[in-house]
Design a protein around this ligand. Structure first.
Ligand code: GTP
Length: 227
């Protein structure tokens, strides 16, 4: 059983003060509305209702935390990280208040969350790097040490040559952005690229399914020595 199959809903937060304590590395997912973030999370975790929270229109923007765990060699399970579903974006000009609350929540999370190991940006491969995607990517300039993976979803809608060109262009942009950015083509519909994505995310958590005893750095629990 992969750590992603183990994903269990833990908690939702509508504001930064409601986030759970930083006790494990976090893998966050973000994307424009309709880019396929929910589909991606559901394919990755092989569940059909995990990311259903964002489905209700007009729902308060929430950050949803799912616990990832793995089997201990001696039996039982241990928690290894959080999968964090960030609220979608892609707003009309009139929705300024919505945009502001999204930007405070998501921008604040990215800027301040020390346990953020990496961010997956889900984009529509037919039109990646829309202005709202660029906002999100710009937030990450403040955290160059955090990994980022650009997921070019709906690649099933592209012809072979378009796929090649889109990937080439995105890889060029990733290299310009910095050393911690990776990119791949993906299709949530066809489940193409799922293993490549899972491999990237296991790398962020310093985990491998083949090595259940691999050491894991648990962030946010260090205490300072007192004299
Ligand atoms: N062709 C194609 N369609 C996809 C793919 N992934 C998702 N879709 C479709 O795109 C639409 C949006 O997918 P969702 O997963 O709901 O997108 P979302 O980004 O979570 O959207 P919000 O809930 O609005 O934030 C749905 O109609 C999906 O069936 C894909 O890989 N290929």
């Amino acid at each position: 059983m992969s750590i992603f199959d183990s994903a269990r809903f833990e908690i939702s937060a509508a504001k930064l003060s409601g986030l759970p304590p930083e006790r494990m590395p976090e893998i966050a997912f973000a994307g424009r509305s309709n880019a396929g973030k929910s589909t991606t999370i559901n394919v990755l975790t092989r569940q059909t209702r995990l990311a259903f929270w964002s489905k209700t229109p007009g729902r308060t923007q929430l950050v949803n935390f799912f616990t990832l765990s793995r089997k201990r060699p001696e039996g039982g399970r241990e928690q290894v990280g959080y999968l964090v579903d960030l609220p979608g974006y892609g707003f009309a000009k009139t929705q300024e208040a919505v945009r502001k609350s999204w930007s405070d929540l998501v921008g604040g999370y990215i800027a301040k969350r020390r346990s953020l190991a990496g961010l997956v940006v889900v984009m529509d491969a037919r039109r990646p790097f829309m202005p709202t995607d660029e906002w999100l990517i710009e937030f990450m300039r403040a955290r160059p040490e955090v990994k980022m993976h650009w997921l070019l979803n709906k690649s099933d809608q592209l012809k072979t040559m378009q796929k090649r060109e889109t990937l080439r262009m995105a890889k060029k942009r990733a290299a310009e952005f910095g050393p911690n950015v990776t990119v791949q083509l993906f299709s949530g519909l066809k489940k193409d690229g799922t293993e490549e994505l899972a491999e990237v995310l296991r790398g962020w958590l310093a985990l491998s399914d083949a090595e259940p005893t691999a050491p894991l750095e648990v962030l946010g629990t260090a205490t300072e020595a007192k004299d």
